[in-house]
Ligand binder design. Structure first.
Ligand SMILES: [Zn+2]
Length: 92
């Protein structure tokens, strides 16, 4: 038998709960208010989810930074010039 006494516990030593599946939605701000409160309570009790949320937020930040681009310098002037002679759409 595998005896874990005396060894460091990994975060997944605890049994996952149904809330553990919501970690990615939480990290991407996709939970509604009632789910958010419940998941934040779960986070206080689940080290695995705290680690997962940290990891997912880091990845999301890296993806955002990697896909952000600087618009070409001439774009602002082109848009402002188009605005000057583009007719506004009438209301429906
Ligand atoms: Zn969890």
């Amino acid at each position: 038998m595998n005896d874990r006494r005396g060894s460091a516990r990994s975060p997944r030593d605890e049994e996952p709960t149904p809330w553990c599946a919501a970690a990615s939605a939480y990290a991407l701000h996709a939970l509604i208010d009632t789910e958010l409160a419940a998941f934040e309570q779960h986070l206080t009790e689940c080290a695995a989810c705290r680690q997962e949320v940290d990891r997912l937020r880091e990845t999301a930040a890296r993806l955002g930074a990697a896909s952000a681009t600087q618009p070409p310098a001439h774009l602002r002037e082109k848009v402002l010039s188009e605005i000057a002679h583009t007719r506004q759409q009438p209301p429906d």
